[in-house]
Design a protein around this ligand. Structure first.
Ligand code: 5GP
Length: 136
């Protein structure tokens, strides 16, 4: 597997503006921010997709994500933000190392979302529940 740029950032071989670091987690400013304060939070393990992330790294990220978001909101004065986590190129993932975007939302900058929902059908819901639950 080709190593991602984020592993090089973790090892300090590529510089970053470090926001937070502990044993299992690193957070740094995105190099091409959608808005002021746009930050990436990553596990210190080279795993491409969220569903491949070991529980201890998932827990470590979950523990600090709200705290980092809180600090970014206070520092930027943003009152809204999006957490974005892309998996797969079809879902706009460009760096294949799990990462959570924290993207402050301002009137003129931040994440723009295309959202085209359909109404959930009863048979669709029942079929999905059965298939998902047996795999959990
Ligand atoms: P994705 O589309 O994979 O969810 O987002 C990857 C993000 O990583 C992008 O927002 C991009 O700007 C950011 N990024 C890519 N390379 C670097 C880098 O070398 N340094 C930093 N700080 N951010 C990067």
């Amino acid at each position: 597997m080709v190593e991602s740029v984020f592993s090089k950032i973790i090892r300090g071989e590529i510089p970053c503006y470090k926001v937070y670091e502990d044993e299992k987690v690193l957070a740094f400013l995105d190099i091409n921010p959608l808005s002021r304060g746009h930050t990436l939070v990553i596990p210190k393990i080279e795993v491409a997709y969220l569903h491949q992330l070991p529980d201890d790294y998932a827990a470590a990220i979950g523990r600090v994500l709200p705290r980092i978001a809180r600090a970014i909101m206070e520092a930027t004065g943003a009152e809204a933000y999006n957490i974005l986590q892309n998996n797969g190129s079809l879902a706009h993932q460009a760096v294949f190392h799990v990462h959570f975007h924290i993207i402050p939302k301002f009137k003129d900058s931040g994440l723009i979302i295309g959202w085209n929902p359909h109404r959930l059908l009863e048979e669709e819901a029942e079929d999905l529940l059965e298939k998902i639950k047996e795999r959990l």
